[in-house]
Design a binder for this molecule. Structure first.
Ligand code: SF4
Length: 533
C-alpha cells in the first residue's frame, strides 16, 4: 500500500496590537476541504500558522512533517519572506512541490514564479485547484491545464488569461468546525478572520479582486455561521473576529437575520466583530440592529474628491456621506465606527488632500484612519501607472510615492501630517492643546495647524519625527497604518510608563509613540502659552 501524500499548508500572519495570535484563514480552509475530499490513507494534510516570519519555527515544522507538497498563502506582508523560504527549500530538496496562493500570488501570477522556485501559482479561491493538484500528484501526473493554476512554463498571455475555479460554498467545510484545520491551539484573545460570503459586486480600481470575475456574490449557509459563532463563544472567548466579507451589509435582509447571531456571540462569548462596509448599504433598521459596543464598522469613505472617486469607481457626494454618518451616530451610538480614508491618491493635489483632511477632522464623532494608496499587482490602477504618471515603491506594500499632481515631498508631508495629528488627537494630554491651536489660530484647519507646527520645528525635531516614520515604515510587515490603529485603540497612552524599561522591551513602537507624544505635547504647550498667546 502506498504511503499517504503529505501536504503542508503554511499561513504566516502579521503583528496585530496586543492580540498576538492571528490565524491565517486561507490555509485552514484548504486543510478543511482536503480532509473532506480525501481519505486519511490517501492524503495527510497539516496546517501550520505562524506569526511574524518566524523562519526557524517554520523550517523545523517542515523538517518534522516532511511534506511532499507545501502551499503558502501570500500577502503583502509575507511574500518576500515566502520567496526566500521557497528558494531555500528548493535548494535543499528539489523534489518538494511548492504552490503559492493568496492575494499576492493572484495579483502577480507568473511574475511571482519568476522571482522564486515555486512550482505553481493558484489564482483566486484555492479549494478546487488544490484538490486537483493533489489528485494529479497521486496519479504521478503533471499540473498542466488545471483551471486556476499557473505554471512556470506558461506564457505571459496564458498566465493573464487563466481563470479561477469557483465552487459552490455549500461544498466547503468550515475551517473552524473541522478538526485541526486552524493549525494553532485554541485560547482566548485570538484574532480570527471570518467569512459569511465570498465575491464582490463592486469594481474598485485599486483592488485586485475585481479582475477575477468574482462579481457574483455567494453566501455560506446561515446554519454554518451560527455553528461557527457558537464554537467561538465556547472555545475562544474574548477574541477579535475580523469579518473578511466584501460587505456583509450589502444584502440587508441577510444582514438583519445575522444580527442576532453576532450579538449573541458578542454578549455570551465577549467576541468583538470588525466589519468592512460601505455607507450605501445602510438604513435605519440595520443601524439599530447592529447598535452594540462589540461591533466595529470600518466604513470605507476613501475620498470625497470627485475626480478620484471616478477613477476608483466609488462615487458619492459629501452630503450623502455626512448625512449617513450622522444617521449612524444617531441610530447606532454604541457601535464603534472607524472612517477609512486614503491619501497619495492619483488625481489629487496636495491642497485637495489638505481640504479633505480638514473635512475628516471636522467630523465630530468616530475614529479616523488614513491608508496610503497602493498600486497592488493585478489592480486596474496598477495597469494605468504610466497614463496617471504614478511612481510607487518597488517592494510591498507598493505605496504610491508620487503622482502627476503630487511630488514625493508632498506625499511625505501628507504622511507626517496624518501621523502627527493622530498622535496629538488620540492623546488626551495633547488633544486639548492642539484643538485650541486649530480653532484659535488656524481657522479650524487641522492641515494648516500641522503645517504651522511643522514649519516651526527645528531640523533636529524634524529628524526625530522622520526617524520615527522610517521606523514604522520599514517593510510590509510594519506599517504606519498599524501604528495609527494602535494609537486609536489607546495602546500607548499610559503616563506612568517606565521609559527605560520600555526602551529595553521588544515594544519599541510604544516607546517611540510615548516619547514623541510627550515631546509634541511639550512643544504645543510652549507654543500655546509662550509664542502664540
Ligand atoms: S475594495 Fe472591497 S468593495 Fe472594492 S472591489 Fe475590492 S472587495 Fe469589493
Amino acid at each position: 500500500m502506498n504511503k499517504p501524500v503529505k501536504v503542508l499548508f503554511a499561513g504566516i500572519a502579521r503583528y496585530f496590537g496586543d492580540y498576538n495570535r492571528v490565524v491565517s484563514l486561507g490555509v485552514a480552509c484548504l486543510k478543511a476541504y482536503v480532509d473532506s475530499q480525501f481519505s486519511a490513507d490517501a492524503v495527510q494534510a497539516k496546517t501550520v500558522n505562524i506569526l511574524d516570519n518566524n523562519t526557524a519555527y517554520l523550517l523545523s515544522e517542515i523538517k518534522q512533517f516532511a511534506p511532499d507538497i507545501i502551499g503558502f498563502s501570500c500577502f503583502l506582508w509575507n511574500v518576500d519572506f515566502i520567496i526566500n523560504v521557497c528558494r531555500e527549500l528548493k535548494k535543499n530538496n528539489p523534489s518538494i512541490k511548492i504552490f503559492l496562493g493568496g492575494p499576492e500570488a493572484t495579483g502577480r501570477r507568473i511574475s511571482l514564479l519568476k522571482d522564486c522556485s515555486a512550482d505553481a501559482v493558484i489564482i483566486g479561491e484555492g479549494e478546487g485547484p488544490v484538490k486537483d493538484i493533489i489528485e494529479r500528484f497521486i496519479q504521478h501526473k503533471d499540473w498542466n491545464g488545471i483551471r486556476g493554476v499557473i505554471l512556470p512554463s506558461y506564457t505571459d498571455e496564458q498566465s493573464e488569461k487563466e481563470l479561477p475555479q469557483i465552487l459552490p460554498l455549500e461544498m466547503l467545510p468550515s475551517p473552524y468546525l473541522s478538526k485541526n484545520a486552524l493549525g494553532t491551539a485554541m485560547q482566548s484573545k485570538m484574532f480570527y478572520p471570518f467569512e459569511t460570503m465570498r465575491g464582490c459586486p463592486n469594481r474598485c480600481s485599486y483592488c485586485m479582486w475585481t479582475t477575477l470575475g468574482a462579481k457574483s456574490v455567494r453566501y455560506f449557509p446561515i446554519e454554518r455561521i451560527k455553528a461557527e459563532l457558537e464554537w467561538m463563544t465556547e472555545n475562544t472567548p474574548d477574541t477579535y473576529i475580523f469579518v473578511a466579507d466584501s460587505d456583509t451589509f450589502a444584502n440587508r435582509e441577510r444582514a438583519m437575520s445575522l444580527a442576532p447571531l453576532f450579538l449573541k456571540a458578542a454578549d455570551e462569548g465577549r467576541l468583538k466583530f470588525i466589519f468592512q462596509t460601505n455607507l450605501k448599504s445602510w438604513n435605519k433598521e440595520l443601524m439599530q440592529a447592529y447598535n452594540h459596543p462589540s461591533v466595529e464598522l470600518n466604513v470605507g469613505i476613501n475620498t470625497l474628491n470627485p475626480k478620484v472617486q471616478q477613477l476608483f469607481g466609488r462615487v458619492y457626494t459629501k452630503e450623502f456621506v455626512e448625512e449617513n454618518l450622522r444617521k449612524l451616530y444617531e441610530y447606532a451610538p454604541r457601535t464603534k465606527v472607524l472612517i477609512q480614508m486614503m491619501y497619495a491618491c492619483p488625481k489629487e493635489t496636495f491642497a485637495d488632500f489638505c481640504a479633505f483632511f480638514d473635512w475628516a477632522w471636522s467630523i465630530p464623532y468616530f475614529d479616523k484612519m488614513f491608508f496610503h494608496t497602493q498600486l497592488l499587482s493585478g489592480s486596474r490602477i496598477s495597469g494605468m501607472r504610466k497614463e496617471l504618471k504614478l511612481t510607487s515603491r518597488k517592494k510591498p506594500p507598493f505605496y504610491i510615492t508620487s503622482t502627476a499632481e503630487c511630488n514625493e515631498q508632498e506625499i511625505k508631508t501628507e504622511e507626517i501630517m496624518i501621523l502627527c495629528t493622530a498622535i496629538w488627537m488620540c492623546n488626551p494630554h495633547t488633544e486639548h492643546l492642539f484643538r485650541r491651536f486649530v480653532d484659535e489660530y488656524c481657522n479650524k484647519s487641522f492641515s494648516l495647524a500641522f503645517l504651522k507646527v511643522w514649519t516651526a520645528l527645528s531640523s533636529v525635531e524634524h529628524n526625530t519625527i522622520l526617524d520615527f516614520l522610517t521606523y514604522l515604515d520599514s517593510g510590509a510587515d510594519r506599517l504606519p497604518d498599524d501604528f495609527q490603529l494602535d494609537v486609536l485603540h489607546d495602546f500607548f497612552v499610559d503616563k506612568n510608563l517606565d521609559l527605560q524599561a520600555l526602551f529595553n522591551s521588544a515594544n519599541r513602537r510604544t516607546f517611540y509613540a510615548y516619547t514623541i507624544s510627550s515631546y509634541l505635547e511639550k512643544f504645543c504647550d510652549i507654543k500655546m502659552r509662550g509664542v502664540l498667546l
